[in-house]
Ligand binder design. Structure first.
Ligand code: LMR
Length: 393
């Protein structure tokens, strides 16, 4: 059975973590996988999560099954976090999923059942797992232009030109905030324009928001998707608690469907549950139980929000420091764009060869497409990293 299998290609992000761990050099910097680190280079359990964990330990009385949709209180809380105050609230359903990748797959499978001819449009570039997941669900994938390698900002003209060709058989996947990998986000005007295009041409937006709270703030980062939810009959959303609750290994996410009415979204949820049953049956509970505990307690929510603000501000600060250092060592403003990007990532504009040089010569691990994770930096790494980038550029 297995003799004809080709040697598989390694995952471009996850394989870096293994290579980094095995690198014996002491002077090495992991700017690969999207994980937040504090100034000690650690990824601590957030305080609100530690307290929720303690509460759970004291109050949880069983490890019996929860249900196909996972924890419904989690589903409600996470939907509120994204869509509260919008007209979508009476016509939305959600299921808890194993991370946002699990949510992407469930919604991919749902599209395949609901409209088998669907083409999913992805930004070029996009999160490395978007295309594999959509193709694994049996969907066709196309790309819309997104990033200008010259300005290192969104090429909004090209993006809208491509999206305006999408029609009723198309789904357009957008990054809710903190675009992965580029760090370049569309502005609110662009969200409005894409909403109008969807109304006119009939495509359905699908918003993947894995970094809510890391761009401009929890509400600010949801502004675009809230506008869409308020103004469109149908849309899909995937969200993740990996980054903003620091629950990476707990695999906690949700798939959310906004529809014309409650009946439609109940049916969509019923189908999602059947699909989940045939895939993994139920999502793991622990992460969702923690998020539910935090979001249903005002004091814990306050602690969590404060922690998230300081993580976001730390990223802003790291970007500033890296820019300043690059201005000095490179004697130019060539890398000023880093400061304008949002969230964890920035695309440097380096080739695969240059990224390999960074890794081999300096032990600095970024993704082959030129992406670096700003959240992987510590203050003490900045001169070393800036010097390496300046030398290789
Ligand atoms: C990333 O882009 O680094 C993260 O979202 C981790 C992943 O799942 O690839």
């Amino acid at each position: 059975m297995f003799a004809h299998l080709p040697t598989p290609q390694q995952d471009p992000i996850l394989s870096l973590s293994v290579a980094y761990r095995n690198d014996p050099r002491t002077e090495k910097v992991d700017l690969g996988i999207g994980v937040y680190k504090n100034n000690l280079g650690e990824t601590p359990i957030m305080l609100a999560i530690q307290q929720a964990q303690q509460l759970l330990l004291e109050t949880q009385t069983t490890k019996s099954y929860v249900g196909l949709a996972g924890c419904e209180e989690f589903n409600t809380s996470i939907t509120n976090l994204l869509l509260s105050g919008t007209s979508a609230m009476g016509r939305v359903s959600a299921i808890q999923t194993p991370g946002a990748s699990g949510a992407l797959r469930m919604l991919g499978d749902l599209m395949k059942v609901a409209k088998p001819d669907t083409t999913v449009w992805l930004s070029n570039p996009s999160y490395v797992n978007h295309q594999p997941v959509m193709e694994a669900a049996g969907l066709k994938v196309k790309h819309y232009r997104y990033f200008s390698t010259e300005t290192k900002q969104v090429d909004i003209g090209a993006m809208l030109e491509d999206i305006s060709t999408a029609g009723p058989n198309d789904v357009v996947l957008l990054h809710g905030c903190c675009h992965n990998p580029t760090g370049a986000d569309i502005d609110f005007e662009a969200w409005k324009t894409i909403t109008a295009l969807s109304q006119k041409n009939g495509f359905i937006p699908f918003v993947d928001i894995a970094y809510q709270g890391f761009g401009d703030g929890l509400d600010e980062d949801a502004q675009g998707l809230r506008f869409m939810a308020d103004n469109l009959e149908e849309m899909m959303i995937t969200t993740s608690c990996s980054k903003n609750f620091g629950l990476y290994r707990e695999r906690t996410g949700a798939a959310i469907v906004v529809g014309k009415n409650q009946t439609d979204v109940n049916n969509a949820k019923g189908k999602l549950l059947q699909l989940a049953r045939a895939t993994y049956t139920m999502p793991p509970d622990h992460g969702a139980a923690l998020v539910k505990t935090v979001l249903n307690s005002d004091p814990l929510t306050d602690i969590w929000k404060q922690e998230l603000v300081s993580m976001r501000l730390r990223l802003v600060n790291l970007r500033k420091q890296l820019c300043n250092e690059l201005r000095t060592v490179h004697n130019s403003q060539q890398f000023d764009f880093i400061e304008s990007h949002k969230g964890m990532f920035t695309v440097l504009g380096f080739s695969q060869t240059q990224m390999t040089q960074l890794r081999e010569q300096y032990g600095i691990y970024g993704v082959g497409d030129g992406r670096i994770n700003i959240a992987g930096l510590t203050e003490k790494d900045i001169p070393y990293v800036a010097n390496a980038i300046a030398t290789i550029s």
